[in-house]
Design a protein around this ligand. Structure first.
Ligand code: ADP
Ligand code: ZN
Length: 652
């Protein structure tokens, strides 16, 4: 049930059917008194005769063709004539419907009654003018209305995202794929030159390019080319770009669609979109299909059948699998899919012959960031003195998309200041802006607050300076940015695996803020919440997943089964885990406090400088505590900054 609740109310065809059925039943049951009712009541010819003789009739209309008449009643006598209880307002235009034996009989009877004075009203005779069209229409109209309403709903529900076929056309395109097609002759053609870095990923997709360019070379030798490849990596790292570049290099069309586009509120739509996408692709073969966010459809199917699961997504996934199996290896359609979580994908998707190879697209390292900057600086008019290396070093952990963003932002900032070229300062401002949200000049800080934040941030800085494995410090600031108050920025060493020592050192310096508050002011503040959250997560990660505690060594309780609510360990282990986490954090906290107590003069100096200057750099910290005994990139960085300063001085 959980699964369904998450999705909120789903609007599928069933609802429409229910509405139609309800309307029909209502019409059927209510009969005369219903939706399209009239105020007529039936009577026999004999009854009619009595009424006329008693003088109740005010007006008679006879239909010659059908031998049916309608009789209106004199005011005040309605209750005598109409047997069914009617509301007063209905009575005024109520009438009797009577079939009579023949026109002659009726005529002679009426003439007779007119002579005796029983009937003084008028009688009109007419022929059946209501054509067959009238009957057709009156019967079909309700149906037409219902269909119109239905169309309206369908249009509304699918029209939102659908820009290809709006209005009435939309409904007939529900099952069509909405893939964007980039033709090979398109203006926005992307090639490998546009994708900076990612050398290994490029090398892997190179094979696909070769195949698309020259399929015969491979098939003649009997070689098999993968039908699909999965690009795995965090958002913004250029997965879409890479897939486009493959198409651009091979000079083939490129279909792009997001996994979430398959999933609609109507049952069966996803599957039919998949079918349509593959049909279109086969027509344009050789070509590339790119499915972004494949996890939207490809998430592992529920293992617990009692849970129900999401039928629509499953049928979409099944269709995707069927299509992938259905076309031969040599049909020239290659599917690239992107996700940042390969581990939650359904295993069936990763089986041989489907997405059987994974290409990792990771966050760029220092040199790759330099390359990416090069690509995105191309269209900008930058200051000549701009140092690419410096920019790359200022942006640790940035993705390609972030860097593209920085370049654009820097250009905007430069333009705002009416500069003729984008300078280093503009880039620094842009980096700051991307990292911390917009700088809020209006946010006021009390002197007391400022002191506390300085103390806290100086705590982080002091600790990290004195721990061998902590990330090297770049700068510390107490200028409020976005939601974060202060911040200490570090240059994460780019490493693939972390040792326990590194992680403990990091934890210790994260706790440094809170430790400084407690040690030097005697009370703690809410400013450490974010730090504590990270510390707690880290400690649990180390103990539960990485087997790094003494009491639970070498155990990994990682469980990627989405639907499993039971922990893969016993209750007593759970207790042990909690204890170990507490112990680990307590140890690191004590360690942080010990370091701070030892370096209290330095910490006080640092705090004062922070209060005075608001921003201090690694060089200032070094002036206080002296050089770190360990060589790290911080030293390199400091050296470089000095060099570039000298350069600038000599230029100026
Ligand atoms: P993803 O699909 O991985 O989320 P995108 O391919 O959509 O990321 O990347 C978004 C943008 O970021 C690209 O359009 C491009 O401008 C920039 N970008 C990302 N990675 C790179 C890269 N390696 N080289 C150049 N630009 C990049
Ligand atoms: Zn902090």
């Amino acid at each position: 049930m959980k699964e369904k609740n998450k999705k909120g109310p789903r609007f599928d065809l069933t609802w429409i059917y229910v509405i139609i059925a309800a309307v029909l039943v209502y019409m059927f049951v209510s009969g005369n008194g219903g939706l399209f009712s009239s105020n007529s009541e039936d009577a026999t010819y004999d009854e009619f005769k009595t009424y006329v003789e008693r003088g109740y009739a005010s007006k008679i209309e006879a239909n010659k063709d059908k031998c049916v008449l309608e009789m209106r009643v004199v005011k005040g006598k309605e209750s005598q004539v109409f047997k069914k209880q009617k509301k007063d307002n209905d009575l005024s235009n109520a009438y009797l419907t009577v079939s009579y034996p023949s026109n002659e009989t009726l005529q002679s009877f009426i003439e007779e009654q007119q002579e005796t004075g029983n009937f003084t009203g008028e009688i009109s005779w007419h022929e059946d003018t209501k054509s067959i069209w009238y009957y057709l229409l009156s019967n079909l109209l309700p149906l037409v209305i219902i269909i119109l309403i239905w169309l309206f709903f369908m249009g509304r529900l699918t029209g939102g995202k659908n820009n290809s076929g709006g209005g009435m056309g939309g409904i007939f395109n529900v099952g069509k794929s909405r893939a964007k097609l980039v033709d090979k002759d398109g203006a926005d053609k992307v090639t490998f030159a546009d994708v900076a870095g990612q050398a290994s990923a490029k090398q892997e997709v190179q094979e696909i390019v070769e195949f698309l360019k020259n399929p015969k070379k491979y098939t003649e030798l009997g070689g098999k080319i993968p039908k699909g490849a999965l690009l795995v990596g965090p958002p913004g790292t250029g997965k879409t770009l890479l897939a486009k570049a493959v198409a651009g290099e091979a000079d083939v069309p490129f279909f792009s669609m997001s996994g979430s586009d398959f999933v609609e509120m109507f049952v069966g739509v996803g599957a039919s979109r998949v079918r349509d996408l593959f049909r279109q692709a086969k027509e344009k073969s050789p070509c590339i299909i790119f499915i972004d966010e494949i996890d939207a459809v490809g998430r592992a199917r529920g293992k617990n059948p009692a849970m129900g699961g999401n039928d629509e997504r499953e049928s979409t996934l099944n269709q995707l699998l069927t299509e992938m199996d259905g076309f031969g290896t040599n049909s020239g359609v290659i599917i690239l899919a992107a996700t940042n979580r390969a581990d939650i994908l359904d295993k069936a998707l990763l089986r041989a012959g489907r997405f059987d190879r994974q290409i990792h697209v990771d966050l760029p390292d220092l040199n790759e960031r330099k390359e990416i900057f090069k690509v995105h600086l191309r269209p900008l008019r930058v200051d000549e003195s701009l140092n690419l290396d410096f920019l790359a070093r200022q942006t640790p952990g940035f993705s390609g998309a972030d860097i593209a963003n920085v370049c654009n932002e820097a250009a905007l900032i430069a333009a705002r200041h009416d500069k003729t070229a984008v300078t280093r300062d503009d880039f620094l401002a842009a980096v700051d802006r991307i990292i911390g949200g917009l700088e809020k000049k209006t946010k006021v800080m009390t002197v007391e607050e400022k002191k506390t934040i300085a103390l806290h941030e100086a705590g982080h800085a002091t600790i990290s300076w004195h721990l061998q494995y902590a990330n090297p410090l770049v700068k510390v600031t107490i200028v409020p940015r976005g939601r974060a108050l202060g911040a200490a920025w570090y240059m994460p060493e780019e490493r693939q695996i972390n040792t326990k020592e590194q992680m403990l050192d990091e934890m210790c310096s994260l706790l440094g803020g809170r430790a400084a508050e407690e040690l030097f002011t005697g009370h703690v503040s809410s400013g450490a919440m974010n730090d504590l959250e990270r510390v707690t997560k880290q400690a649990y990660g180390m103990i539960v997943y990485m087997g790094m505690s003494e009491k639970l060594p070498n155990m990994c309780y990682y469980n990627n089964d989405e639907y499993s609510f039971t922990k893969p360990y016993s209750e007593s282990t759970a207790q042990l885990i909690d204890e170990e986490v507490k112990k680990m954090i307590a140890e690191q906290y004590a360690r942080a406090k010990a370091i701070l107590a030892d370096k209290r003069e330095g910490h006080a100096l640092l705090t004062q400088r922070l209060v005075d200057e608001e921003v201090i750099f690694a060089a200032d910290v070094e002036a206080i505590f002296g050089k770190r005994p360990w060589t790290s990139r911080t030293e390199e960085l400091l050296q470089e900054e000095k060099d570039s300063q000298k350069e600038e001085e000599s230029k100026g």
